[in-house]
Write a protein that binds this ligand. Sequence first.
Ligand code: E4P
Length: 217
Amino acid sequence: MKFFVDTADTAEIRDLAETGLLDGVTTNPSLIHKSGRKFLEVVEEICGLVDGPVSAEVVALDHETMMKEAAVLRKIADNVAIKVPLTIDGLKTCKALSEEGCMVNVTLCFSANQALLAAKAGASFISPFVGRHDDNGFDGMKLIEDIRLIYDNYGFETEILAASLRHPIHVLECAKIGADVITAPPAVIKSLFNHVLTDKGLASFAADWAKTGQSIL
Ligand code: E4P
């Protein structure tokens, strides 16, 4: 399973990239706003920090303008994946860009039927939003399961990029179901390292080692 981080905070991206765990980055207009930085500049910087796909989202609602925005974003770096919304115009754009060999991440997916349409439009990634689904009283993980089943039934190569993940159990469930990629905020990815017994074990080893009076170096 690939790990993408969902942020436009380049310090956080740099930090996670050093662990060797990071396979890509997703951004969205809200994350760009939160960063307080210029969109094109921040995407360019992120593309230099990771080798994998960096999702940059178009903001137009019509196909023609989406294509123009995508042309600007694609020039930034070879690892830019154009993020388009799951609308008719978004999927027209997805089809056109995919046919040109451009990576496309179809975002704001809330149903398995929508995911089916995105795969037929040639999407490289489909982004079902698990957390927002849960927030509204639906079962976000069931959505991932349904999409996995449908994509496997027909051999679609579109990667399931489970998005809007809020906690470690979301990550665990996605791994069990077989999501291809997860994207989560830095804090959620960092929380995967934590276990109280690791901390406890480390403290007791350190205490016993100190009693030996030895040093390795
Ligand atoms: C995915 O690409 C989105 O940027 C993201 O996962 C949305 O997450 P949120 O629901 O926490 O805003």
